[in-house]
Design a protein around this ligand. Structure first.
Ligand code: APR
Length: 258
């Protein structure tokens, strides 16, 4: 039986020895910053709603004010949150891995605020806004946050909405193209805090594996991606990732003395 420490050391050695690493993150990486994940039951006043219903054209059409208020509340939570030690470890890894590509399903900006420079957001950005009708870009104005209804577009009178990808909508082409290409050429994919149940994003680890990459997973529990993983490190990413980074530094120090 291999213990967690040996798994972590093996994972660190892999990450230090290779050229190209893709990191693929889900909501779990932001959980320890106080940003709720999708499949954890919604809390408080949102507990009676299904996020998959709210994050959809149907949900927005049915009650634009409810969806608007849900996103503004989530945006406020994110703005008040801080990157956790897992985000910071990934930012440090970017500095020591020759080719490092960070692909996230998350709509928060915690990876960027932790210091990662090039983040591919497959599901958009909660802090950006656009018209649901004509796509015109918008910024929040004073009063929009407190409004009970979303602002109206000044061009086509459609409602303004967050620039995130809703269920049933297409992912941003350029980001998906870059993420797919990186998955095909990477030597290792590190999957962090992803349930692996939402496609096409969840396809990326299988694409990487099909092209010969090793898959390392960090999650609180087994996920739909665990059977693909060569190494699964169970635990909170805010604890596992800093330990993985320390083990990478130790591997580097050892090889420096060879
Ligand atoms: N550390 C590591 N993993 C964690 C932690 C943590 N502290 N907390 C939760 N997790 C794991 C959960 O075990 C789960 O596997 O993170 C995963 C979160 O899963 P989801 O809530 O499904 O989030 P995600 O995988 O990002 O969802 C994908 O679905 O709802 C859509 O667009 C939305 O981008 C989202 C997509």
């Amino acid at each position: 039986m291999i213990n967690q420490h040996e798994l972590l050391t093996t994972a660190a050695r892999l990450l230090v020895d290779v050229h190209c690493v893709v990191v693929f993150t889900g909501a779990g990486v932001s959980a320890e910053s106080g940003v709720g994940t999708f499949r954890d039951a919604l809390t408080g006043l949102w507990s009676r709603f299904d996020p998959q219903q709210l994050a959809s054209q149907e949900g927005f059409a049915a009650d634009p004010g409810l969806v608007w208020r849900w996103y503004i509340e989530r945006l406020t939570t994110i703005e008040n949150a801080r990157p956790n030690r897992g985000h910071e470890a990934l930012a440090a890894m970017e500095k020591i891995i020759p080719e490092f590509v960070l692909v996230t399903q998350n709509v928060d900006d915690l990876h960027e605020r932790a210091g990662n420079r090039h983040v591919l957001h497959l599901h958009g950005h909660i802090g950006r806004f656009r018209c649901n009708g004509c796509g015109a870009a918008y910024s929040l104005r004073a009063g929009d946050r407190e409004a009970l209804m979303p602002p109206c577009c000044t061009i086509c009178t459609g409602y303004v909405r967050p620039a995130v990808v809703w269920f049933g909508e297409m992912l941003p082409e350029q980001e998906l193209f870059e993420a797919w290409g990186a998955a095909e050429r990477c030597d290792v994919m590190l999957v962090v805090g992803a349930s692996g149940v939402v496609y096409p994003a969840a396809q990326l680890p299988a694409v990487a594996q099909r092209h010969g990459a090793c898959i390392i997973e960090v999650n609180l529990e087994e996920s739909a991606l665990s059977e693909l993983a060569d190494i699964t490190l169970i635990g909170p990413s805010g604890e596992i990732l800093p330990r993985l980074l320390d083990a990478m530094y130790a591997c580097e120090a050892k090889s420096a003395f060879r």
